[in-house]
Design a protein around this ligand. Structure first.
Ligand code: KIV
Length: 273
């Protein structure tokens, strides 16, 4: 049996993500919100675990990401951090905990870092969050940006369709990406934009881009774990590739369990004390 001490495992840092971009190695990122799943995906070699505010949809059953609270994000993040030995853990600052002022953004980030033990925070937006990004970075907290489809602004846009198809919005997105880089962000998530724009932004930026529905030329990819494992069934955007059908696997397993219990076939002789 090989026993690794936590310190023996080479941890992924923001610097290593930069080196991965420099040498053309793609970055693999997935969401996780709990200890058990985070442990599996970290052991399977994921580079970055995102404790996304998509927990609001996937874990809490809300229609949008808006209702999740900072306390709830910290609860999810601290469970994930306990499981992760190698990956970089990034946590979303939820809606309503950074838009008010840069001071609020800093306080929220410090709570996330202190109370969960995570390694970085992520927030949505471009020039409008510049002061917050700078203030968080000034406290030594690494920041990841998020441009394109920004689900916290869903009521402003009114739809989850592809963003920045028009020239003007595409130009604004490139300017925002360059600004976030200049501020000192270590990476940027690009969500649901044309592949051509994903390629353009990734080639103009020095820092890594991580795409979700942004084409094959971003420096890495991210998916919501429950979507790529086929746990969620109804969500079928074009960008989503399902790597498993856990919904069917779980349904079959639970059906079999129910049948066994009803038929008094579980527990059996060898399963009792
Ligand atoms: O909250 C989330 O899961 C995200 C990803 C979709 C990038 O922000």
């Amino acid at each position: 049996m090989s026993v690794h001490k936590k310190s023996e495992i080479k941890k992924i840092t923001t610097h290593q993500l930069q080196e991965m971009k420099n040498r053309g190695e793609k970055i693999a990122m997935l969401t996780a919100y709990d200890y058990s799943m985070a442990r599996i995906i970290d052991g399977a070699g994921i580079d970055v675990v995102l404790v996304g505010d998509s927990a609001s949809n996937v874990m809490a059953g809300n229609e949008t990401t808006l209702p999740i609270t900072l306390d709830q994000m910290i609860y999810h993040a601290s469970s994930v951090v306990k499981a992760v030995k190698r990956a970089l853990v990034v946590v979303d600052i939820p809606f309503g905990y950074y838009q008010g002022s840069s001071g609020e953004a800093l306080r929220s980030s410090i709570r996330i870092m202190k109370e969960s033990g995570a390694h970085a925070v992520k927030l949505e937006g471009g020039s409008e969050v510049k002061d917050s990004v700078l203030r968080i970075l000034s406290a030594g907290v690494p920041v990841m940006g998020h441009l394109g489809l920004t689900p916290q602004s869903i009521y402003k846009f009114g739809t989850y369709t592809v963003r920045a198809r028009e020239k003007e919005e595409a130009k604004r997105l490139i300017d925002d990406a360059l600004l976030l880089q200049e501020c000192g962000c270590f990476g940027i998530v690009l969500e649901k934009i044309p592949a051509e724009l994903g390629r353009e932004v990734s080639s103009q930026l020095r820092i890594p881009t991580i795409g979700i529905g942004a084409g094959p030329d971003t420096d890495g990819q991210v998916l919501v774990m429950q979507d790529m494992l086929g746990i969620t069934k109804e969500f079928k955007p074009r960008f989503l590739r399902r790597y498993a059908d856990l919904n069917s696997a779980i349904t079959t397993a639970v059906n079999n369990y129910v049948v066994d219990v009803k038929a008094k076939k579980f527990p059996g002789e060898e399963e009792k004390y």
